[in-house]
Design a protein. Sequence first.
Length: 153
Amino acid sequence: MQRATMRDAGEEKAARFLEVKFPAPADGGGEAQPFREVEDRRSADRRTGDQRASARRRVLLSALVVRRDYGGMFRCGVHDVSNQGARLKIPTGLLLPSEFWLIATSAGLAYEAQTVWRIYPSVGVRVGEPIDLHEPVTRVARKLRTLWIGVAS
């Protein structure tokens, strides 16, 4: 769970805390999934008039971008997430491939990701189903776990 200070337009002086909770996986075990929608939409999201199919949440997370051939990787920031994807902030001078692996470093989950839009330095991506790196069962998951452990330690 993360806490952030939030101000309403009608509350100029009073600050309140907004709690961002990551939903638990459907099977009830394991880590929370940062790229999955929380069922409880906040009233702040309703006031914005956002027309997305799923709610967008502002976050500040660290992630790792890994090329599909494992030939290169770099860190990036995750600034918004929705049920289908995320907005990444890419470091200066780096180009995001059209398809890659996105590893949520704090959650230990990897996602197949596709670039959807680019407005430098931000990139919108679509993510697939999560792969748990804590207990990898496939060869791909074991390779991604090795990269994740190398960066996380």
